[in-house]
Design a protein around this ligand. Structure first.
Ligand SMILES: Nc1nc2c(c(=O)[nH]1)N[C@H]1C(S)=C(S)[C@@H](COP(=O)(O)O)O[C@H]1N2
Ligand SMILES: [Mo]
Length: 173
């Protein structure tokens, strides 16, 4: 083999190794991300005390539904998305909390952002949802540039500032 052939061969092998390595790392990251999203929990509290906590499999059994909602932020134009989740009130029913006995539900995100919604609104049939997928893919964590693993959505809200991204728990008062 002459010197040039050796160099070309070396470069080809190097490129194949780099490609294989990056495919492997990428696949690992996707699997890790899927695990991270699946293992994420959402807690139900009562006056600051945790009553119970659910993982994604448990939440998905509470009448999962897909629907279209309009995301409207201060920085972007209104845009329709297909979200998948469950009614937030279903988690309270499952936790044995009667929302009619309270005035408001607060939802808090991992960044401390908290929104308060009247229990009347939460009890509506078609309005306040805890979602975990957008266009059939997991919302993703804040670190991944997503808005989940969980996020609350108020369908009938014209603006989205009451939607809580990175939602980690809901409390009643
Ligand atoms: N956890 C959390 N949720 C949040 C916010 C936030 O800062 N943190 N911002 C709110 C605001 S002001 C808007 S307009 C919507 C959409 O925000 P985005 O366009 O930054 O995603 O999310 C809302 N929910
Ligand atoms: Mo906003």
């Amino acid at each position: 083999m002459n010197k040039n052939t050796k160099i070309i061969l070396f470069v080809i092998i190097l490129l194949i190794t780099i490609l294989a390595l990056s495919l492997f790392i990428n696949k690992n990251n996707i699997l890790k991300s899927r695990e991270l999203n699946r293992n994420a929990t959402f807690s139900i509290m009562n006056n600051g005390k945790e009553i119970t906590s659910y993982n994604m499999d448990a939440i998905r059994e509470m009448e999962e539904i897909s629907f279209t909602a309009t995301l409207n932020t201060s920085t972007s134009k209104p845009k329709n998305h297909e979200y998948t989740g469950v009614l937030l009130k279903n988690l309270f029913i499952h936790a044995g909390i009667d929302l009619t006995e309270y005035d408001a539900v607060t939802i808090t995100g991992a960044d401390g952002y908290t929104v308060a919604i009247s229990t009347d609104k939460v009890l509506e049939d078609n309005n306040v949802y805890l979602v975990y997928m957008i266009e059939d893919t997991p919302l993703g964590t804040k670190e991944e540039g997503g808005s989940g693993p969980y996020q609350t959505i108020i369908r009938k809200d014209q603006f989205s500032q009451y939607w809580c991204k990175y939602a980690i728990y809901a409390d009643v008062r």
